[in-house]
Design a protein around this ligand. Structure first.
Ligand SMILES: Cc1cc2nc3c(=O)[nH]c(=O)nc-3n(C[C@H](O)[C@H](O)[C@H](O)COP(=O)(O)OP(=O)(O)OC[C@H]3O[C@@H](n4cnc5c(N)ncnc54)[C@H](O)[C@@H]3O)c2cc1C
Length: 382
């Protein structure tokens, strides 16, 4: 097995880390406090190709394979301390750009992908509803055949980027007599479509620079050309998005873990109590040693899942394992970082309390930890 990075991958990683540190971090504390999403920073990210990393070059993307995308997202999570911005970019890329790249018609690709890659469009992915979260497929949003197209009605909630999105992949029941396999269809919808609106924007505990909100559909008419994939093929579109999101969103978490760990090592070396650096106390050093073990394990699981996305028939099991492990490891790392920083860690200025608030969502979005364990158990025949 070769775990080395190619020269291109090394360059990609170094460029993103340098860019993120130089451009994205200033003002993060204030943006987090005020819950401000920066479209300007989004455009700056687009100038170096981040929003279009996995999209084919023919449509304006960077054409990176899944492992290179994992390396790039890890670099972003490492260099960029604005966890909300990183999260918004990941949601756009992994749950909108990827399903469009894989399932869209030629016409849809030409229409949407260049703008999604060059920073002029922001994407969202909407399946969750007020009454259906983990039980996704009990959704109530309906698409009914009418006037040579479809009429959609329903409400989607907790949708990342919804308040600022120009394009959304939205799931609706098209045949209630069938289950998720065959009964649900994905549609791609423009912000300007009559009846389609961004509703309430939520106040959140963490990832506060990433806007999350509702999308409402009130008798939204869509032509057949808005169907993504095929009618009844929503499960395949959703599976693509989840395999990529679960495998690669956590690559950004791996980067964040490394950044938080390094900050904690630095603090443990400098902070002195009882006449010595606190890092010399075994109780502190062991917490940091555990961070390193979790970081390396999460990185390997992420790379394995990313590799399988391109080389194996299915990556779903490995994606769930990576998602479960890396998100729980991120949460533990951030909590221990606050503990090692003591009272200073509890204060906004030291930026580890924000890392902790940002980390809490990771065991909920993209399927909760409990649901990942259910999926893994099912693969084990239970
Ligand atoms: C920051 C953030 C961003 C998000 N972005 C998006 C987005 O872009 N698009 C989108 O569609 N959704 C998004 N979501 C929604 C997210 O996917 C859901 O919140 C998640 O799937 C859980 O659904 P729920 O909140 O309805 O919780 P519920 O499903 O009601 O679950 C509540 C609790 O019960 C547990 N539970 C439920 N069923 C089972 C079971 N069978 N076995 C064991 N335990 C179970 C859960 O694990 C959880 O602990 C986002 C959420 C957050 C927090």
């Amino acid at each position: 097995m070769d775990f080395g990075l190619s020269e291109e991958q090394r360059l990609l990683r170094d460029n993103i880390v340098r860019f993120a540190r130089g451009v994205l971090n200033e003002g993060t504390i204030e943006r987090d406090r005020d819950q401000v999403f920066s479209r300007d920073l989004w455009r700056r990210c687009a100038e170096i190709g981040i929003p279009g990393l996995p999209a084919p070059a023919d449509y304006g993307g960077s054409g990176q394979d899944a492992v290179s995308c994992a390396i790039a997202l890890e670099a972003l999570g490492y260099g960029c301390s604005d966890g909300g911005l990183t999260f918004s970019l990941c949601a756009h890329m992994l749950a909108c750009v990827v399903p469009l790249s894989r399932h869209a018609s030629e016409e849809q690709k030409r229409h949407y992908l260049p703008g999604l890659c060059d920073g002029s469009f922001i994407g969202a992915h909407a399946i969750t509803e007020p009454g259906s979260g983990s039980d996704t497929f009990s959704m109530r949003t309906r698409a009914v055949r009418a006037g040579g197209g479809w009429v959609l009605s329903g409400t989607k909630t907790f949708i990342s980027n919804a308040p600022v999105a120009d394009v959304a992949v939205v799931f609706a029941v098209t045949d209630a007599s069938k289950g998720f396999q065959g009964g649900v269809t994905a549609f791609v919808i423009d912000r300007e479509t009559p009846g389609f609106r961004a509703g309430q924007k939520f106040e959140k505990m963490g990832l506060r620079t990433s806007p999350v909100g509702e999308l409402t559909l009130q008798d939204v008419f869509l032509p057949d050309a808005a169907v993504l994939g095929r009618v009844g093929g929503g499960s395949a579109v959703f599976a693509t998005a989840m395999d990529w999101e679960r495998s690669l969103l956590v690559a950004a978490h791996v980067g964040a873990m490394e950044r938080v760990m390094e900050k904690t090592i630095e603090y443990a070396r400098l902070r002195r109590q009882f006449g010595q650096p606190i890092g010399k106390f075994q109780a502190v050093a062991h917490k940091i040693a555990d961070m390193k073990v979790q970081l390396d394990a999460a990185r390997l699981l992420t790379w394995r899942a990313a590799w399988r996305l391109e080389h194996a028939r299915s990556a779903s099991l490995e994606a769930s394992i990576a998602k479960l492990y890396a998100s729980e490891a991120l949460l533990k790392t951030a909590l221990d970082a606050v503990q090692v920083h003591g009272g200073y860690g509890y204060m906004v200025e030291y930026e580890v309390e924000r890392a902790l608030r940002d980390a809490v969502g990771s065991t909920i979005y993209s399927g909760t930890s409990e649901m990942q364990r259910n999926i893994i158990a099912r693969w084990l025949g239970l």
